[in-house]
Design a protein around this ligand. Structure first.
Ligand SMILES: Cc1cc2nc3c(=O)[nH]c(=O)nc-3n(C[C@H](O)[C@H](O)[C@H](O)COP(=O)(O)O)c2cc1C
Length: 207
């Protein structure tokens, strides 16, 4: 059982990483395998709405950046934590580009628990969280919560280390995710499988 933690920041060991690492610490203590993947500083294309991913099984047509590599890792993961710094009260641009293509091309998330966490100097955290949580909620993922909204505050990892409540939120999140993963696995062993989806009823409002 593995949890994939995505660090959407250009800083591989920055504030977002510090938050993710705190959740990861607890997941490991709970016996859950983990991997933190940083998206780094290389460009990530935005979705061009070409629709080619409908013909390619769980792959984006663009294979020259990190998106397909994360989809491949996501296929084997049982749970996810998506972390982003807050840029202008949203997830940063690279993370938004990643999430658009990851969820549009990679149909690998349904019924797998997920959570989003954000890091900000001061404000815009709940707006960014709302944005990120929507990817999970349109994908049939059980959204894991904590004792507060999943955020830390700081401009540097050292400042985040002083956000004792923020770090506790991350630990509680990790513990809740471990509990849910183990519960789902226990259910599976008892014969409880994910629900079979209905045929998709797609209603466009102008037709
Ligand atoms: C372009 C840009 C926009 C930012 N916008 C916000 C913002 O809206 N609110 C805020 O509190 N901090 C903002 N920040 C600060 C970062 O969110 C904050 O330093 C974050 O913790 C950095 O995380 P990281 O070290 O993982 O990259 C911004 C930073 C940059 C570079």
């Amino acid at each position: 059982m593995k949890v994939l933690l995505i660090n959407g920041s250009p800083h591989a060991r920055g504030c977002t990483y510090t938050a993710l690492a705190e959740a990861e610490k607890v997941l490991k203590e709970e016996g859950i395998e983990t991997e933190i993947v940083s998206i780094g500083t290389a460009p990530i294309r935005g979705c061009i709405a070409c629709g080619k991913c409908r013909q390619l099984e769980n792959r984006c047509v663009f294979d020259d950046d990190i998106v397909n590599r994360i989809i491949i890792k996501a296929e084997d993961a049982a749970g996810f934590i998506f972390g982003s710094p807050v840029y202008y009260a949203s997830a940063n641009g690279a993370m938004t580009a990643l999430m658009d293509r990851l969820f549009y091309a990679g149909k690998v998330f349904a019924h797998k628990p997920g959570a989003c966490v954000v890091s900000a100097r001061r404000a815009g955290t709940t707006a960014a969280l709302d944005q990120l949580n929507k990817y999970l909620m349109i994908s049939g993922m059980p959204v894991v919560s904590s004792q507060y909204w999943n955020m830390v505050h700081g401009n540097t990892p050292e400042e985040v280390a002083q956000d004792l409540e923020g770090l506790q939120i991350m630990r509680t999140l990790g513990r809740n995710m471990a509990w849910l993963l183990k519960s789902i696995e226990a259910g599976r062993q008892a014969g409880i499988e994910p629900p079979v989806p209905e045929a998709f009823e797609r209603t466009n409002f102008i037709r």
